[in-house]
Design a protein around this ligand. Sequence first.
Ligand code: FES
Length: 312
Amino acid sequence: MSVRTLLERAVGTVERWQVLDAPGYQVEHAISLTFLLSGRYARRLQDVLHGVWLGHPLHPFLVAVPIGSWGAAAVLDGLDAAGRGGPGTGQAARAVIRLGVAGAVASAATGLTDWQHAHDEARRVGLVHGTLNGTALALYTWSLADRTRGRATRARLTAAAGYAVVLASGYLGGVLSYRHRLGVDHSESRRDPRRFTPVAEVADLTEGRPVGVYVDGVPLVLVATGGEVRAVGGRCPHLGGPLGEGWLHRGELVCPWHGSRFHLDTGEPAQGPSTAPLPCYDTRIHDGRVEVRRRARWRTPTATTAVEEASR
Ligand code: FES
């Protein structure tokens, strides 16, 4: 059996493993409770951990710390075991393992915050991914304790086992990103009309109520608000939630799935879990119809108001 087939089967088994659902929901409830206990800061804390402030998921940045640090520790341990290390090799290995432990704790916090919104197969893979990371963290903590007690050989073996677990977990992390598209921008921002294209009758719009429309097969949302018609992408960048079924809250468009909120004029997320902005469209009213055109990300908002157009 080829390596590829073996890995496919292993991942497929995890994806179908429904026995993971019950503990998965328990972990999710524990995460929700933890955020609930942080009171009015809960939302802000989650946004920080998601990476809304960064415009990119924070988790992939942080996982580089334990992987890199523990990789460096493996090299240092290897040199030490081969008798080629210098006098400070053991100390350096201990320092990078400590750095990796700190990075693992931080990346666990971001990973769990992202994972709580995953569904079905991605949720099961994420649970195994997190369990493996927890196991690696425990092994490295054990290895540190052994280094302090002077049990060098066992400490190196424990660290090596930890790195093997990290590699397996990293593979599942890749499955979550590349197959299940967690952390990937789900808005369809690349197939937009370059010319003004009619999408709806002005008479069909109601002030303050999002209306889902399609242009060239791409979902959009129109919102008549304050005498203007705004147009943004219809699929939430987080996990593709249908924004046409969303609602307005203080002038921001709310995703019905996990509550991301978006500014209508810039598409930027005002609240996560989405870290990516919505594509925005220029609008104009022509012959009683709303027309939209793709707006480049760097251009300032130029939504044409229905009131202005009607008065021309
Ligand atoms: S799909 Fe998750 S917030 Fe929209």
